[in-house]
Design a protein. Structure first.
Length: 189
């Protein structure tokens, strides 16, 4: 009688351990399914910043930039929307990756300003002084990128933003033209 109880206990123990291992494995696989395609970034103006150093401007002027194709080399204005393509809510990060250009302008002179679709400055951009690309936090998802914003989207939710960038008025124009380039990305955290 004692042996049969011991065998039954061992059998139940093995089944419970297998069940726990299967659950853990399934959980690990589901965590690995988070990918960049869970949140999509869309913009009619693309996701690239390319600035030339021929017109530094103050923060007051930069904050009021409107889209103008004729001035796109001295200022950036990108209206974009991010949309969750997932069936669950998720945290996300908006970040910029600087391009490697031959005559690159130091990122300490590039001002970056992010607002919602109603031109309300988002946290980190709501002080009197607009941050430079150089002063943005390093992205937690891409160590060679700078974080613009970290937020949360519910399943199927969309959110719109406006990104402006310009060369700050602390920059002195020289006879050697320089540029700054970067690309905007969104990724699930």
């Amino acid at each position: 009688m004692q042996k049969s109880k011991l065998r039954l206990f061992a059998f139940v123990l093995v089944v419970v351990i297998l069940f726990v291992l299967i659950c853990l494995q399934s959980n690990d696989l589901n965590r690995g399914k988070k990918n960049v395609s869970a949140i999509e970034l869309s913009s009619e103006l693309g996701n690239a910043i390319l600035l030339e150093d021929n017109y530094p401007m103050t923060d007051d002027i930069g904050k009021r930039i409107k889209y103008n194709a004729d001035n796109s080399d001295v200022q950036t204005y990108i209206e974009f929307t991010i949309t969750s393509k997932s069936n669950v809510g998720s945290n996300y990060e908006l970040y910029l990756v600087q391009d490697d250009l031959e005559k690159s302008l130091h990122p300490n002179f590039v001002k970056v300003y992010l607002t919602d679709e109603h031109n309300k400055a988002l946290p980190g951009f709501d002080s009197l002084s607009v941050p430079t690309y150089y002063n943005l936090r390093v992205s937690s998802l891409n160590p060679s990128a700078r974080r613009l914003y970290y937020g949360y989207l519910d399943a199927g939710e969309s959110r719109s933003f406006i990104l402006r960038a310009w060369i700050g008025d602390a920059y002195t124009i020289s006879n050697v033209s320089k540029e700054f380039g970067a690309k905007l990305y969104v990724e699930v955290d």
